[in-house]
Write a protein that binds this ligand. Structure first.
Ligand code: SF4
Length: 151
């Protein structure tokens, strides 16, 4: 995949810039990725936090059209709210490209966990990625982006 990035700002999952916003209270700073993006204006967003979820928080996975914690609690509303708020911010900032953290139930792009909490991957997008794509924003995962640049 050959990704062309324009002069518009690029949305990036905030955890990839090191923000400690993940469910486990950690960031996922990706220096290899950030080096490749060093000349680009980045807009970091975390849709789970924007949706009102705390840090840390129990992990959640998509099952059917909803998002659930392992104990069965439905957190779909927070995921939908965060996706909607962050998509509006992205559109307002004229973002046309997003680089998103792989496999997250919000930011996953192409592959997500299947909802069984058994680390089983299926084809699909996170709730935020679905909203971004519906708004016409190109989406690629951090792993896909690195692969496209390093081959
Ligand atoms: Fe990172 Fe996205 Fe999860 Fe936030 S919702 S921690 S930005 S993968």
């Amino acid at each position: 995949m050959n990704l062309k990035i324009s002069s518009n700002p690029v949305l990036i999952s905030a955890c990839l810039m090191g923000e400690a916003c993940r469910f486990d209270g950690q960031g996922k700073h990706n220096s290899e990725l950030l080096e490749l993006l060093k000349d680009i204006t980045l807009i970091p967003l975390c849709p789970e936090v924007e949706g009102g979820l705390p840090i840390p928080r129990p992990p959640a996975e998509i099952r059917g059209s909803g998002v659930f914690k392992e104990n069965g609690e439905d957190v779909s509303d927070a995921f939908q709210k965060g996706a909607s708020v962050c998509t509006e911010k992205s559109v307002a900032a004229l973002v046309n490209q997003a680089i998103l953290k792989s496999r997250s139930p919000a930011c996953g792009c192409g592959k997500i966990y299947d909802g069984s909490f058994s680390k089983t991957l299926i084809d699909g997008d996170g709730i935020f990625t679905q909203a971004l794509k519906a708004a016409g924003i190109n989406c690629i995962s951090d792993e896909q982006y690195l692969k496209s640049k390093l081959r």
